[in-house]
Each structure stands twice: as C-alpha cells, then as structure tokens.
Design a protein around this ligand. Structure first.
Ligand SMILES: Nc1ncnc2c1ncn2[C@@H]1O[C@H](COP(=O)(O)OP(=O)(O)O)[C@@H](O)[C@H]1O
Ligand SMILES: Nc1ncnc2c1ncn2[C@H]1C[C@H](O)[C@@H](COP(=O)(O)O)O1
Length: 222
C-alpha cells in the first residue's frame, strides 16, 4: 500500500505549499509529490523574464512582475483543473496579492494606480465562486535567521544581494497573513520539526498529518 492510500488521501486532492522565500516550499513539494505520486506545479523562477530586473529596481518592475506571476499561476490553475487534481503546488496564488503586491504597495514600490489595477484583476480572476480553492494549504514556518541562512545557501544572486530587512519585513507579514487566512484549511509545519534533506523518511509523518487534516475538513469539499 502506498502512502497516499495508507493515509486516505484522495487521488484528486490539491495541496498548496505556502511560506516565505527560502523556507523550503520547493523541497517539500518534491518530497510530497514523490510520496503521494502527485503531479507538481512549480513557480517559474529561472525562466522568469522580470525577476532579475525586479530585484534590481522594485519600483520600475513590481507591476510587470505581479502580472507575470498572476498569468503563470492562473495557467497552472487551469492545468490542475484539467487534470482533475492530484497536485502539489509550490506557492499559493493568495500569497501574490496578500504578501508581495501589498508589501510593495505599502512600501511605495508599487504605485496606488498599479496596485488598484492589479487587485481588481486578481479579484475578478480569483475571488469568484468559479475559482477552485485548494483542499489544503500547508504553511511552512521557521525563524527568520534560518530562512535567511537558506536563502544564502541556495545562492540565487539577486536574493543574496537583497537587504535582510526585505526578508525580515516579509517574514513578519507572513505571520500576520496566515493568522487571518481562511480561503481553505491550513496545516502549519515548523521547519525545525522536520529535516527532509537529512531524514527523507520524515515525509511520512507529514503525509499522516495531511491525511488527518483532509479527513477533518472533508465536509467542506462535499
Ligand atoms: N529541511 C531542510 N534542511 C535544510 N535545508 C533545507 C531544508 N529544506 C530546504 N532546504 C534548503 O533551503 C533552501 C531553500 O529551499 P527551497 O525549497 O528552494 O525554498 P523555497 O521554495 O521556499 O524558496 C535550499 O537551498 C534547500 O536546499
Ligand atoms: N508575487 C511575487 N512578487 C514578487 N516576487 C515574487 C512573487 N512570487 C515569487 N516571488 C519571488 C520571490 C523569490 O525570489 C522567487 C521564488 O520564490 P520562492 O519562495 O523561492 O519559491 O520569486
């Protein structure tokens, strides 16, 4: 019996992994997709035409980047729907607006007009009854120093050159955001409770928690 069956996880479940930059979403996405035999939906980083430019000049490129991410995530959403679920998604669409766009607007690196255009588009596309929400959002959290350590270790140059205050601000916003998040059920995971790099077998414990959470919230999907 595979882990998905053992823990009663529906074959068509859609699980999204959320958390700040560098916290370990992609690593978790890969581990869970392998254990559950689910497809993956990763965000585009290496082939993103705006990301380097954005880190170089937030003010000039924040709107372009948000539109790009929104379009990409929406295409992914469509792909997930067309396959009928069975996906692990690396980052939720909700973080784009709830964390990134809002933070750049609040900090003055996205203009009020651009922010309004973006949020109008986001709401029209996402905040409708036609948009399928994930069955579960797995939220990864951990101390800011660990997160910054991982960003440095991963070695994306534009992130390494970004001041630590940017990651600290984002970290604080994430805490606030998750405490108020209610678009779908949430499973919170502390990154210091698991080390999937050293102990890949620990993924079973996470799958068990996911199975339990999905069972507890199954009435929401009926
Ligand atoms: N459990 C872990 N222990 C130590 N390092 C980790 C762990 N999970 C991920 N990492 C490392 O942290 C960095 C960021 O992880 P990643 O999965 O790319 O994060 P994200 O997708 O959230 O930005 C990578 O260098 C990755 O190898
Ligand atoms: N919506 C976004 N706005 C700005 N930057 C974003 C957005 N979504 C992702 N990013 C950035 C942050 C990182 O530099 C890369 C990839 O994120 P990661 O958390 O490492 O998967 O894209």
């Amino acid at each position: 019996m595979n882990l998905r069956e053992k823990y009663n996880i529906p074959a068509n479940a859609v699980i999204t992994i959320a958390g700040t930059v560098g916290v370990g979403k992609s690593t978790m996405t890969k581990a869970l997709s392998q254990s559950l035999n689910f497809r993956t939906s990763y965000e585009k980083v290496d082939t993103n035409p705006y990301l380097d430019k954005f880190y170089d000049d937030f003010e000039k490129w924040s709107f372009h980047l948000q539109i790009y991410f929104l379009a990409e995530r929406f295409k992914e959403q469509k792909r997930i729907f067309e396959y009928g679920g069975g996906f692990i998604q690396d980052r939720s669409i909700y973080e784009d607006t709830g964390i990134f766009a809002k933070m750049h607007f609040d900090k003055g690196t996205m203009s009020p007009i651009d922010y309004e255009t973006y949020t109008n588009l986001f709401d029209a596309m996402v905040m409708t009854p036609y948009f399928p929400h994930p069955d579960l959002l797995v939220y990864l959290e951990g101390p800011i120093d660990d997160v910054i350590g991982r960003i440095q270790e991963r070695g994306r140059e534009m992130e390494q050159q970004t001041p630590h205050t940017y990651w600290q601000e984002m970290h604080g916003r994430y805490e606030n955001w998750i405490n108020n998040f209610n678009a779908c059920p949430v499973l919170r995971i502390d990154i210091n409770d698991y080390d999937l790099m050293k102990n890949p077998d620990q993924v079973e414990d996470i799958v068990a928690r996911i199975g339990y959470m999905l069972e507890q919230t199954s009435h929401l999907r009926k």
